[in-house]
Design a protein around this ligand. Structure first.
Ligand code: HEC
Ligand code: HEC
Ligand code: HEC
Ligand code: HEC
Length: 360
């Protein structure tokens, strides 16, 4: 019985937009995450998961029909990143932007001076910050989809993964005294605090405060993914990588990806945003796990939306001197059926982190 429940795939079923049911039952469901006897399990209230999934399926904008191949070569005036796709693919992408970020199809004015789509300024000469931000967001999305596949796999992300039909994604954070945990974590040092020796020694310099931070961060990760600690740890030894499920390695790569996203893409936009968007210390809004995950272990329940939008897969281009990227169409993406929740029979042997986690 457990097997039939755990084999159900989030991602594939989402395409059928009505009557989604992740769990067949309406009851409480326990999904085993570790080897038998380790009590590593996640409890779901099946009714809530099914309802949340249906809500999402109702809200999600439809995938636009594929663009025709035979459009004329682009002759844009001021296109710095999306110059490697056909005109019809470009238009399709713009239309999607207006839904994913602007909130409704045709809200071009959110990013444009509609008297002159090529302009980066309004008729009065003021900068259209949303357009400049969006240009950088395209580069960031390409960077995530092409350089961070160790985390996002074939599923990838689109603007909708974070924006979900609104300009401001969930989980924005700024530097303040309250959430320094995120600073410490996402653009600071690691979170390891557990002592490696039995007897107290000077080798472990972690303070009680650091330990509290680590705990707060872990709570925020659990909440962001809608899981408990044993999704990533064998709680008999939190620091052990050998005993942890593979998801901990994915999470570790996720932390590094967020550092890249925050330090190289989001934070440097501080000079571009309208001042009303900045934090009290003048910093730009930044992202965290929940910004993509929105309470689910795989964003959008693993629905692979990005593969339908070649504009979001190009090579990462440079910000300061944008050059035409050498664009290669990504290999055909296989619908990810690895979405299956694991039981101990299907669970891969725990793997050591591919990037050796840096020391304290
Ligand atoms: C979320 C922001 C956003 C929305 C919404 C948006 N665009 Fe754009 N648009 C951009 C960005 C950014 C560029 C420049 C892309 C680049 O530099 O690669 C652009 C460029 C363009 C250009 C190229 C102009 C040129 O010659 O340089 C056209 C045409 C265009 N958009 C049309 C539209 C239309 C029509 C809509 C509404 C259906 C729309 N856009 C909605 C962000 C947006
Ligand atoms: C990893 C998550 C993430 C992805 C993916 C993402 N964005 Fe963003 N975006 C953000 C964050 C965080 C902000 C800051 C919100 C703010 O402006 O306060 C933002 C802000 C913006 C803004 C400015 C909104 C405003 O009113 O201030 C625009 C426009 C935008 N993004 C467009 C895009 C487009 C277009 C894409 C896809 C090519 C995209 N974003 C993909 C996280 C993301
Ligand atoms: C989504 C995966 C994930 C979840 C859920 C999670 N953790 Fe972690 N945890 C990690 C990763 C990854 C690290 C290593 C961070 C690093 O190296 O910077 C870590 C590190 C830790 C550490 C420090 C270990 C050391 O070597 O010092 C402790 C303690 C910890 N987690 C406790 C918890 C607790 C308690 C919970 C539940 C509230 C939890 N974790 C939930 C992924 C997770
Ligand atoms: C840019 C968006 C994005 C951000 C930010 C992000 N993730 Fe993810 N994450 C994804 C996507 C997409 C997947 C699904 C990958 C797949 O289908 O293989 C995923 C998958 C995972 C998984 C595997 C889930 C499973 O069921 O096997 C874990 C664990 C995870 N993320 C943890 C984290 C943690 C922890 C953070 C914050 C430190 C984080 N993620 C930040 C996009 C993101």
């Amino acid at each position: 019985m457990m097997r039939s429940l755990t084999r159900a795939a989030f991602g594939v079923t989402l395409l059928a937009l009505s009557g989604c049911q992740f769990f067949k039952s309406e009851e409480r469901v326990i999904v085993q995450k570790g080897y038998r006897g380790t009590a590593m399990e996640i409890n779901y209230v099946a009714r809530d998961v099914n309802a949340a999934m249906n809500d999402l399926a109702r809200q999600m904008p439809a995938i636009l029909p594929p663009a025709s191949e035979s459009s004329p070569p682009p002759q844009w005036q001021n296109v710095q990143v999306l110059n490697d796709i056909s005109v019809s693919e470009f238009n399709r992408t713009m239309l999607s932007f207006s839904t994913w970020v602007g909130g409704n199809p045709g809200n071009c004015a959110y990013c444009h001076n509609i008297a002159n789509f090529a302009a980066d300024t309004y008729p009065d000469g003021k900068a259209i910050y949303t357009k400049t931000v969006a240009r950088r967001m395209i580069q960031m999305t390409r960077q995530i989809n092409s350089e961070w596949t160790e985390h996002v796999g074939n599923t990838g992300v689109t603007c909708y993964t974070c924006h979900m039909g609104k300009p401001l994604p969930n989980g924005l954070w700024f530097y303040t005294n309250e959430n320094q945990i995120l600073r410490h974590y996402l653009d600071g040092a690691g979170a390891r605090v557990v002592s490696q020796s039995i007897t107290p020694s000077n080798a472990n310099r972690s303070s009680v405060k650091q330990t509290e931070w680590t705990y707060a961060l872990m709570i925020s990760q659990s909440t962001a993914l809608g899981v408990n600690c044993t999704f990533c740890h064998n709680s008999r030894q939190f620091s052990s990588w050998d005993q942890a499920p593979p998801q901990r390695v994915t999470a570790h790569v996720g932390i590094q990806m967020l550092r890249d996203v925050n330090t190289n893409y989001l934070a440097p936009l501080a000079s571009v945003y309208h001042p009303s968007r900045l934090g009290t210390m003048g910093d730009a809004p930044k992202a965290q796990c929940v910004t993509c995950h929105n309470g689910v272990n795989k964003p959008l329940y693993g629905f692979a939306m990005a593969k339908h939008y070649p504009a979001l897969w190009g090579t990462h281009t440079d910000w300061v001197t944008p050059a035409a990227p050498a664009y290669t169409r990504p290999p055909a993406v296989v619908m990810d059926s690895a979405m299956v929740m694991m039981d101990s029979a299907t669970m891969a042997a725990p793997v050591a982190p591919t990037t050796p986690p840096p020391g304290r």
